[in-house]
Design a protein around this ligand. Structure first.
Ligand code: GLN
Length: 559
């Protein structure tokens, strides 16, 4: 079978859920037995998303091989349950960097280097390289931004050319655009969508499929108009309407016939989709037996996009435990401004301190950690949350006044968290943190070991600072257990307080590997502890969690 390419573009405005639609298309084909991969194109000039702050761009997703990528790569991984390499995120920065380096080397000697063909050739070569390496039957290519953006033009031109080169039956253009509903009349307005299709045609791309993003299922009239003005049959118009859970999107699109339509159009063998296990997960989420409230004390609290993978990790753990996990975002700075507010944290089943950078909100996070520790409220810290848990313990249990991370206070008398030696002379900020998956050894008999059920694990990282080895003996003497370290024992990776109901933190980002049906053991352990405490159960049995991580049985029976 010749490899098929599906290109996804977006219209009207960004953030209409193109990434979810792309992931959903992948899922529809995957449950029909096809091997799928997905590529995200980001037309900005940054080489990767690592140098942007979460306000600009949402979370930076980290791949197994250490790429700092767009958060849509995270959606592809969660929907398709695959580990994608960093090359699956293509940016203008990467493309131009490659072309300009080649020009300087003299590879184009004598030629005038131009957007067409040199830049577009580089884009196509990158798409094909990823496609080949993946061995996928079907390659999804999502073009970020909105049709009509200047910076997206070379990419649209490249995918236009790919139809000519790959053939009609091997390429498919899907356009996703917003259909707003007017408050006043309740009318579904297709005009902006019509204009974005026009814009796409101006570049020479006629969509084969249009997905209307709407809060409700579009009515017949809207469908008729979209088909008419989009010049496609009505059966090629689908609607991604708002559902409580993103993982429902592939199901609702497939119910409308999208999977079969794509197969037919691409000349793929029609196969019966197997939605069995996916549907079970969705049902587990939609019909919970328990509910929990967790406080996320962070710096980017106003922007849920900054914590997408963490949010999803809580959902995955919640599905496994039939528990609805509500996350309340609490601005760490608020706690600094009015310290009495920390008492509010008593109302929560658990306290969570996520990743972060820089001084803003650090003291507020430390306050939240202290509150969790002193009141025996289940606590989980990730990355910066791990480092600040060490700072908190050093200050308040070990009596090291002014202890800090040198990231915030370079002159602290007690640098319990410091720059890793290999980070000290790093001049370039892009792509130079400790990134990607590294092995971790868990100590037998600890909670970390029990949660993972094995000694050697691999989790993903993104940090420059780490626990200062000079302080480890003192921290340990006061009861802090480092239950996970790098294989050489030099880097501290997991901490826990055995005396506490549940108090754990990790230097790694366990959320990046969490998927529906395969939740992170660490997050699941935390959610389970919050639930147990809420239900008045004794401290969680160490053995219970790993069993739950791989099935949905136990809790359901218990209810
Ligand atoms: N700022 C800390 C570091 O660079 C933590 C990073 C993070 O939370 N991802 O080490």
């Amino acid at each position: 079978m010749r490899r098929k390419f599906i290109f996804v573009t977006g219209g009207v405005l960004s953030s209409v859920g193109k990434g979810i639609v792309t992931s959903s298309i992948g899922k529809m084909l995957q449950v029909r037995g096809y091997k799928v991969t997905a590529i995200k194109i980001d037309p900005y000039v940054n080489v990767d998303s690592g140098t942007m702050n979460p306000y600009m761009h949402g979370e930076v997703f980290v791949t197994e091989d250490g790429g700092e990528t767009d958060l849509d790569i995270g959606w592809y991984e969660r929907f398709l349950d695959v580990d994608l390499p960093r090359e699956n995120n293509i940016t203008t920065g990467q493309v131009y960097l490659a072309v300009i380096e080649r020009e300087r080397r003299g590879d184009y000697l004598g030629k005038c280097v131009q957007i067409i063909p040199h830049v577009t050739d580089e884009i196509k070569a990158r798409i094909r390289r990823v496609a080949k390496k993946s061995g996928a039957d079907i390659v999804l290519v999502e073009v970020g931004g909105t049709v009509g953006d200047i910076e997206g033009l070379p990419f649209l031109e490249a995918i236009r050319q790919m139809r000519l080169e790959e053939g009609f039956r091997n390429t498919l253009y899907v356009h996703v655009a917003l259909v707003p509903i007017l408050d006043v009349t309740g009318e579904m307005k297709t005009k902006p969508l019509q204009h974005s299709v026009q814009e796409l045609r101006r570049i020479g791309i006629q969509p084969d499929i249009i997905v209307a993003r709407c809060t409700k299922m579009i009515n017949d009239e809207a469908k008729y108009k979209i088909a008419l003005f989009g010049t496609i049959p009505e059966e090629a118009v689908f609607c991604s309407y708002t559902v409580p859970l993103v993982y429902q999107v592939p199901l609702i699109l497939d119910e409308q016939g999208m999977g079969d339509y794509i197969c037919k159009r691409l000349g793929l063998e029609a196969r019966e989709p197997d939605w069995g296990s996916w549907r079970k997960l969705v049902d587990a989420y939609l019909n919970p037996l328990y509910e929990l409230r967790i406080a996320l004390v962070g710096k980017y609290a106003e922007l849920a996009d900054a914590y997408i993978s963490m949010n999803e990790a809580f959902k995955h753990s919640g599905m496994a435990l039939r528990t609805k996990v509500d996350i309340d975002y609490i601005r760490a700075e608020e706690l600094e401004e009015s310290p009495g507010d920390v008492e509010r944290l008593k109302d929560y089943d658990g306290i969570f301190v996520p990743y972060g950078f820089g001084p803003r909100g650090a003291e507020g996070k430390i306050m939240a950690i202290q509150f969790a520790r002193e009141n025996d409220i289940p606590f989980l810290g990730i990355c910066y949350g791990f480092q600040l848990a060490v700072v908190e313990f050093a200050r308040h249990v070990c009596g090291l006044k002014g202890a800090h991370t040198t990231e915030v206070d370079p002159d602290t008398p007690h640098p319990v968290v410091g720059l890793m030696p290999e980070q000290r002379n790093v001049a370039h900020k892009g792509g130079t943190m400790r990134l990607g998956a590294h092995d971790i050894i868990l100590k037998k008999g600890t909670r970390a070991y029990m949660l993972y059920g094995r000694e050697r694990i691999r989790e993903r990282h993104r940090h420059r600072w780490e626990v200062n080895p000079d302080y480890i003996p003192l921290l340990q003497a006061r009861g802090l257990v480092f239950s996970g370290t790098s294989p050489d024992g030099r880097r501290m990776e997991v901490l826990e307080l055995p005396s506490h109901y549940f108090f754990m933190a990790s230097q790694f980002h366990a959320e990046f590997k969490s998927r529906p049906g395969k939740p992170s053991p660490l997050y699941t352990g935390f959610v389970k502890a919050c639930l147990d405490r809420r239900l008045g159960r004794p401290r969680p049995e160490l053995e219970v969690v790993p069993r739950l991580c791989y099935g949905l049985r136990a809790e359901v029976k218990a209810a």
